[in-house]
Design a protein around this ligand. Structure first.
Ligand code: SF4
Length: 376
């Protein structure tokens, strides 16, 4: 049976990090109750309509959910009462698979042992935003925690019963050298962590980093192959372009995205994808809280589905069945696509009906995908 996932966005942080352009604000205290009210309303709303008032979905009974992911923002800032309210409404409207993967994003130093014990009642997986285990790197990013606090959060989470812990790391950040990144990985290796998401710092518009890009770029070691060090981790295997896991600890929730599976999204800024329709709630607290307003809603046609399948499927090291592209194209387009595949042998491999990126293709994934999917 295909998987069904559910994402909840909690757009509140204590302070904005210097590089971050995610939708989040720093006014949790003013908004928490009203936001959770609206979130519960949108979760229990059994129908979602497009602009022509055609239903995208109408939930009959209780759909069975395989994964839940509560992200943000910093969702670990929510009070226990808010978590109780959200899960009560989830239980009322959805059935949970007995092997459900339920993940919460946590920022170091926003939870203590008592809060983690409470959260263990609802979640069996944590994703901890460590980013680095070197203080000067953390402060350049504008993170509010020290490396020691990040280590303590991971260790305490493990002690209270979280066996499935992922951490986020960043590379090519100011003041980072290949050696300091290797040291961060060494510390990671000694922690009870079984999943790593590792991203290169990018400069996004409307962030302090964007404003100071020229100066900051002088402090960034852009020559070194930081991501190659990740390949040297013991027991961790790269299974997606930015994700590494110990055997059996790949993120089910994210795999569902990369398989282009269906998921509900709830909360301001959250995206959902049901029945080939993608929708996004508005990134505006006032409008979301007033009437759960949508920012957009779009129906994907065959070509759109083919492109999504290609773009997401090639991210996984194991690749995906090529029919997930060709079956959505007409025969001529399908032939052109397969010719492209053939001509890009250094970048993609087609074997037994499975298309996957080579190491070289992974290094330049976006341009590989565009090259494969350009008809003119
Ligand atoms: S804690 Fe996360 S979501 Fe919040 S500002 Fe920092 S990076 Fe962005």
């Amino acid at each position: 049976m295909p998987m069904l996932a559910l994402y909840i966005h909690i757009p509140f942080c204590l302070r904005k990090c210097n590089y971050c352009d995610f939708f989040s604000v720093t006014t949790l205290n003013d908004w928490e109750e009203r936001y959770v009210d609206s979130l519960c309303k949108s979760i229990s709303n059994k129908e979602l309509f497009d602009q022509n008032k055609e239903p995208i979905y109408k939930l009959d009974g209780k759909p069975i959910i395989d994964t839940i992911y509560v992200g943000g923002g910093t969702p670990s800032l929510l009070s226990e009462k808010s978590f109780d309210r959200i899960f009560q409404v989830l239980y009322e409207n959805f059935s949970f698979d007995s092997n459900i993967e339920s993940t919460l994003e946590v920022n170091p130093a926003t939870v203590d042992k008592e809060k983690l014990l409470f959260l263990r009642g609802y979640f069996n997986r944590l994703s901890v935003g460590c980013q680095s285990f070197r203080d000067i790197e953390l402060s350049s990013l504008g993170r509010l925690h020290t490396s020691e606090e990040a280590i303590e959060t991971v260790e305490t989470a493990h002690k209270v019963g979280f066996e499935n812990i992922s951490i986020d790391l960043m590379f090519k950040i100011p003041f980072q050298t290949l050696d300091t990144f290797k040291n961060t990985l060494k510390i990671t290796q000694d922690l009870p962590v079984n999943h790593i998401s590792a991203y290169e710092l990018t400069f996004e518009e409307n962030t302090p980093f964007w404003e100071n890009m020229t100066l900051l770029k002088e402090q960034i070691n852009s020559e070194s192959d930081f991501d190659k060090c990740l390949g040297d981790l013991t027991f961790f295997k790269r299974y997606e372009v930015s994700n590494y896991a110990k055997d059996g600890y790949e993120s089910k929730h994210n795999l569902n995205y990369w398989h282009n599976g269906e998921y509900f999204g709830f909360g301001a800024g959250a995206v959902g994808y049901i029945d080939c329709v993608r929708y996004k709630y508005i990134c505006d607290l006032e409008k979301y809280c007033d009437n759960n307003e949508l920012e957009y809603i779009e129906s994907l046609g065959p070509k759109g589905i083919a492109f999504e399948n290609l773009m997401l499927g090639l991210r996984m090291t194991e690749g995906f069945p090529v029919g997930k592209v060709t079956n959505y194209l007409n025969p001529i387009e399908g032939e052109i696509f397969l010719e492209k595949v053939n001509s890009l042998k250094d970048y993609v491999i087609l074997e037994n009906g499975i298309l996957r990126a080579t190491q070289r293709g992974m290094d330049v994934l976006n341009s590989t995908i565009l090259e494969l999917y350009t008809w003119e």
